[in-house]
Design a protein around this ligand. Structure first.
Ligand code: 8YV
Length: 331
């Protein structure tokens, strides 16, 4: 075995990008996508100096207890609710995410979902594939126009802002709610007006969720919030399962207290609430909002850059570009 430090990559990614680690590290990349138990993760992390992981890998104190050499966990995702940052920091382990490189891709996808559900593309396609198309009735498949409808955004970080910037082209006014109000210049650039959460819920025709999952945002959209929304409104979630109470959402849709939903993320993924699977006014996708070729490559490159940087290599030597707990480096 070489004396090089070791990196574990939890899933197949892009070989040419991961190869940038090879001059400095002994790299073990898992050859197939799989779900690891806590014990399996702990066993794989033990003896590694760095790890590149994805959202399925939930890493906390127990998983790193035996990983005495581990210096960095680089997450393939901007959201990092799978990492217990406090536990990693306490163990002196740096963590990084893939902030920024996926903003535009996720914003494109958010719009694709919004347009797709507004025009019932999923249900219409299914109907066509099932061989029902004999004549197109003039008054069938009627969807919603976007122009003039209010886009509400809950969570106005970089992804929320990228979603907002696209609204001008569709002639949609934008309102938003966020933990903190954006500086005036950013609001102007996004043509977005700040409102409180209740007004956001009451006034949005399309409610787009773009907020991280934290203890504070879990079930940010539950039965009470859904009850405030217009019955004609459409909910779009490209953020995280868990920010929506999926059972409450399924029941609001079933009772037509909400017109439709487009969901890329789910509580308890990859399981999807059975009532959501049954309804035609729900557009579903398997957590792929960042899945363009360029973006997934950029995410991989950024994770690799963070690992290289922590070990003093590459263009950011000594300064992992998207480190989440920089105080770990100082100690
Ligand atoms: C996932 C995401 O990372 O960035 C995030 O937070 O949810 C996605 O980009 C991607 O699906 C890989 O698991």
């Amino acid at each position: 075995m070489s004396g090089k430090p070791r990196v574990w990559v939890s899933r197949p990614t892009f070989a040419d990008i991961v190869a940038r680690l090879e001059p400095y590290f002994e790299v073990t990349e898992e050859p197939v996508e799989q779900v690891f138990s806590g014990a399996e993760l702990a066993a794989r992390l033990a003896g590694q100096d760095a790890a590149i992981v994805g959202l399925k890998e939930r890493i906390g104190a127990a998983e790193v207890a035996a990983a005495t050499r581990l210096r960095i966990v680089a997450n393939l995702g901007v959201g990092y609710d799978n990492l217990d940052l406090a536990a990693l920091s306490a163990a002196g382990i740096a963590a990084s995410n893939t902030a920024d490189v996926l903003n535009e891709s996720v914003a494109d996808y958010a719009w694709a979902m919004m347009l797709g559900v507004a025009r019932r593309m999923n249900a219409a396609e299914r109907w066509l594939r099932e061989g029902h198309w004999h004549a197109t009735e003039f008054t069938a498949w009627l969807g919603l126009d976007m122009r003039g409808r209010t886009l509400g955004i809950l969570g106005m970080g970089r992804i929320g802002q990228a979603i907002a910037r696209r609204a001008a082209g569709f002639g949609m006014p934008v309102i938003y709610h966020n933990r903190s109000r954006l500086p005036a210049g950013d609001e102007r650039e996004c043509h977005a007006g700040y409102v409180d959460k209740e007004r956001l819920l009451r006034e949005s025709d399309f409610l787009m969720l773009a907020l991280p999952l934290t203890a504070q945002t879990r079930h940010a959209i539950g039965a009470a919030e859904l009850a405030l929304m217009k019955p004609s409104a459409v909910l779009v979630n490209v953020a995280r399962g868990g920010v929506v109470d999926d059972a409450a959402l399924a029941s609001a849709l079933r009772q037509q207290r909400l017109a439709a939903a487009a969901l890329d993320v789910f509580e308890g993924e990859p399981l999807v609430h059975p009532d959501l699977l049954r309804q035609d006014n729900v557009l579903l996708s398997p957590h792929i909002a960042s899945a363009s070729r360029d973006t997934r490559r950029a995410m991989t490159a950024l994770a690799v850059d963070n690992v290289l940087a922590l070990f003093g290599h590459g263009p950011h030597a000594g300064r992992p570009p998207t480190i989440l707990n920089p105080h770990v480096l100082a100690s």
